[in-house]
Design a protein around this ligand. Structure first.
Ligand code: BGC
Length: 783
């Protein structure tokens, strides 16, 4: 598809209305505030192709599993975040004719997502089938400071003649999910009320009994009539799951009629069901009392704060600038870290694919973004989410026949496994490694060692118990092995000794023992109480040490590379570049059988491990593995290129790093994979952020220091990014080969810039030059 969005530093702009692109735009222009999200559907009716989507975080449905061939251990259901009350709807009738853009001639259409202030706007002129012409202007947002509130300003202006106008703001819970397994409706009606000045709808989900109440109030203004009453007739409507008010009035030619719609959406996740109606009414009325402009000001301030702490500025490449801001924007819209029961679905709130559930994407790809750009409680809450699921992860392991330990699910909403393809559900157990690694990453980055005693150690111990039982001791070879797994590369299943899985398992055991020793020495009473509570024995820890020491990690001495799995080198190894491009993407062009037998790698696998455990491998080892695996990787998961970009940056392959960055930076803006209508690739956006900050910026953390080895792609005049680190806010600006780090405070920061250690007080800056040969620093000077 040809890119159709205008390039702009702060805004995403669509000019001209093409119905064929509407569903893509609905995803791209989505708005969200971590609590709820809304696709960019039109307020007025639209009979063309559209995926209506309003989602409330954490309100989900356990949709009964549907599989062709049942396997023992499969989950009973797949959890999906539900399409919830459509709160944006405003029907428009002009002299009895319904405004429906699919039936109109649409002129001067502009849809804009303003990322600086977190708003979606639209303007257009519609020529209705009768020839009547109206101008429509709308602006809406879901409030960041008042999370339950959605606000819309919607204006209609008849252009050539006076008309009789009917505006019907409404709430409609009679909605469906596109991906319902049994074409069920997931909501039951509880009540609906419509009065001249409000409407409300109360519904509850089947099975899990989540209650959602939406309450709408409005204001109406007619240009020129600000100080006087104008005649409006109100007619109420309600039916099951629906309530609305029709406002009829006469509008003169050129006179704008503006409806302000304020909606509060509240759920039984936060309040007792019996209090929801009052709560929603009160919040909606408070919003109306504040007024649209005041709410908008508060929205701008909230977003200004997010940008202050985590903006990335790229000079000399507006497309790249727009793309990186879009990625940052969507990540902040998806997760704010205020609620430790929530997590990050691969599509955020922009679509229904992947059900809005949690994957290893969170720990492996998203955590670094929140670690660097938000207060540390945000990342901590992502970890606590998994802590709270520990009991379920233990149950999951027990269900698969383990006598102890925890296996976190591949996909989950509440801790229970939802995924049902045996080769992933049962075999992609490396996810346990990412959860352990996230604990390490968080503690390293923030210095918050209290997390280990409070929560982390217990999780690590249960993960270790799982690995202890999952390994197989090979008498023949005198080593521990992990048989029958799927690594991150899903283009090989049921393999033995996936290097990444074995390595991360051994590392988890080693890290768990390290944490145990640290706690024993520094917090003996915490250590004693955790070990007593979970019944940890010396036999177990001894076994973990033995497995750590004797875990088999396949490698080929001749090539000097780690083997993705035991049999990898038996495959025919042919670079992707030698394949006729008509074979790509393999997952659409080749049979599964052919894919599984091939050498082609869906996503970073060995390289994922070399990125995670980067401080344990020298550059030459990384280079040999990169040179071997990168040419046979097809990157058919959008999570893949970022890891390659980061390693390429470290190895001094700056062009490769840039090429990898480009593969995801505009993935949704340019609908690169032709699937953005299903929703945006939110978790891969975190990967794009990593490509910039960890890849081009070379950011790592080691021994409490922030390591930076930045470079900027040649086509960029400069790159600057902001990261928070242990109380300091750092602005890193790279121009040519020179980098300046400014500490905006309040705390001092311990840095290593291009290999030189600097302790940077608040308010000071430091500069350094990059040696053109990567990894060979040339020093830095403080000023
Ligand atoms: C990837 C997984 C990922 C999932 C959700 C799959 O295509 O292979 O690693 O967790 O998508 O993003």
């Amino acid at each position: 598809m040809k890119p159709y969005l205008k390039v702009n530093e702060w805004r995403i702009i669509e000019e001209g209305f093409d119905p064929a692109l509407n569903e893509v735009s609905e995803s791209v222009f989505s708005i969200g505030n971590g609590y709820m999200g809304q696709r960019a559907n039109f307020e007025e009716q639209y009979s063309g192709k559209s995926l209506q989507g309003s989602y409330m975080a954490g309100v989900y449905y356990p949709d009964k599993t549907r599989v062709g061939w049942w396997k023992n251990g499969y989950p009973e259901y797949f959890a999906k975040v539900l399409n919830s009350v459509n709160w944006i709807g405003i029907d428009v009738e002009v002299d009895g004719e319904t405004l429906d853009l699919s039936q109109c001639q649409v002129l001067d259409f502009v849809r804009t997502l303003d990322m600086r202030e977190g708003t979606l706007s639209r303007s257009l002129t519609a020529v209705l089938p009768s020839g009547r012409k109206v101008r429509i202007e709308s602006l809406r947002f879901v409030s960041v400071p008042f999370k339950e509130i959605g606000a819309i300003r919607y204006s209609v202006t008849p252009l050539d003649e006076a008309v009789q106008l009917k505006l019907t703001p409404y709430l409609d819970a009679d909605v469906v999910n596109k991906d319902s397994n049994y074409e069920e409706k997931f909501w039951d009606a509880l009540s609906q009320h419509a009065a001249v000045d409000y409407a409300s709808v109360e519904v509850r989900t089947k099975k899990l009994d989540f209650h959602v109440t939406s309450h709408m109030v409005y204001d109406l203004a007619a240009a020129g009539d600000e100080d006087q009453e104008f005649y409006v007739e109100a007619e109420t409507h309600s039916r099951e799951k629906f309530a609305g008010v029709t406002l009829s009035l006469r509008a003169e030619a050129g006179q704008s009629i503006t409806l302000y719609k304020y909606v509060a959406n509240v759920t039984s996740r936060d309040h007792l069901p019996e209090t929801l109606a009052d709560m929603a009414q009160q919040l909606a009325e408070q919003a109306r009392d504040q007024g649209f402009d005041a709410l908008l000001d508060a929205q701008r301030e909230a977003w200004a704060e997010k940008w202050r702490d985590g903006d990335i500025v790229i000079e000399g490449d507006e497309k790249a600038q727009q793309a990186i801001r879009f990625n940052i924007f969507q990540l902040h819209q998806t997760y704010t870290g205020e609620d430790d029961r929530l997590n990050i679905g691969p599509k955020g709130f922009t679509g229904e694919k992947y059900g809005g559930s949690t994957y290893w994407d969170t720990e492996a790809y998203c955590l670094p973004f929140y670690l660097s750009t938000a207060d540390s409680h945000v990342a901590r809450n992502l970890l606590i989410y998994r802590y709270k699921h520990l009991e379920k992860a233990k149950e999951n392991a027990a269900k698969l026949g383990f006598s102890k330990g925890a296996l976190y699910p591949m996909v989950t909403m509440n801790g229970e496994e939802c995924h049902n393809e045996w080769e992933i559900t049962f075999e992609e157990i490396h996810r346990n490694g990412a959860i352990a690694y996230a604990i390490y990453n968080y503690v390293e980055y923030t210095g918050d060692t209290s997390y280990l005693g409070e929560y982390g150690f217990e999780v690590l111990a249960e993960l270790s118990r799982f690995w202890e039982e999952r390994v197989t001791y090979s008498e023949r070879k005198g080593v521990y092995m992990i048989l029958g797994v799927t690594g991150p590369n899903e283009y090989e299943n049921n393999v033995n000794n996936n290097w990444y899985t074995n390595r991360m398992a051994a590392w988890t055991l080693e890290y768990t023992l390290e944490v145990a020793n640290k706690l024993k020495a520094e917090e003996p009473s915490t250590y004693a109480s955790v070990t007593e509570r979970i019944g940890l024995t010396a036999d177990e820890t001894e076994k973990w040490a033995d497995i750590t020491a004797r875990m088999y990690q396949p490698e080929d001495a001749e090539l000097g590379v780690f083997l993705q799995q035991d049999g990898f080198l038996d495959k025919e190894i042919l670079p992707v570049a030698q394949l006729d491009p008509s074979n790509l993407p393999l997952n659409q062009k080749w049979s599964w059988d052919r894919i599984l037998r091939s050498c082609y790698i869906k996503q970073a696998d060995v390289l994922q491990g070399l990125f995670f455990l980067g401080d344990r491998y020298d550059l030459e080892t990384k280079r040999r593995n990169f040179d071997f695996y990168e040419p046979i990787t097809v990157h058919e998961s959008s999570l893949s290129p970022c890891v390659h970009a980061i390693l390429a940056g470290e190895l001094g392959y700056t062009d490769k790093a840039y090429e990898m960055y480009l593969r995801t930076s505009r993935l949704d803006l340019d609908n690169y994979n032709n699937d953005t209508e299903d929703g945006c690739h939110t978790t891969s956006m975190a990967g794009t952020w990593m490509s910039v900050v960890h890849g081009f910026g070379g950011l790592r953390v080691q021994d409490g220091r922030l390591i930076l080895n930045p470079f900027a792609p040649e086509s960029w005049k400069s790159l600057s990014f902001k990261v928070g680190f242990r109380g300091a806010r750092l602005k890193v600006k790279v121009t040519g080969g020179r980098t300046t780090v400014e500490n905006e405070g309040p705390a001092a920061a311990s840095l290593t810039l291009y290999g030189r250690e600097v302790d940077l007080p608040a308010g000071e800056n430091v500069s350094g030059e990059r040696n053109p040969q990567a990894g060979a620093p040339e020093g830095a000077e403080v000023s």
